[in-house]
Design a protein around this ligand. Structure first.
Ligand SMILES: [Cu+2]
Length: 99
């Protein structure tokens, strides 16, 4: 049975810094039942988009809230060589390839 936390890779198609949303053309998720698609995600409170730009390839983790929507818990550009995503880098090998 799928859980409520999943990881995927993808490419940022748009960023809305003011509203704290990011649209990602993402591959299939590991951990939750969601295939490849382009969709918009809200962010959890402490997630920042400062280092990200449209067109970036990213690896990210989401959590499903009570309203059923998936919010980003953690997101980093690939290669995940920044300081923010050591956990995701470790998990990268298990995640299906993105678009
Ligand atoms: Cu999706």
């Amino acid at each position: 049975m799928p859980g409520d936390t999943g990881r995927a890779t993808g490419r940022i198609s748009s960023l809305d810094r003011d509203d704290g949303r990011v649209t990602i053309d993402h591959g299939p998720f590991e951990g939750i039942a969601m295939g490849a698609m382009t969709m918009s995600f809200a962010l959890m409170g402490d997630v920042e988009l400062t280092d990200l730009s449209e067109g970036d390839d990213v690896i990210f983790q989401v959590k499903r809230g009570r309203d059923g929507s998936h919010r980003i818990m953690e997101i980093c550009s690939i290669p995940a060589n920044g300081p923010g995503c050591p956990d995701l880098e470790t998990l990268h090998r298990d995640i299906p390839p993105g678009p």
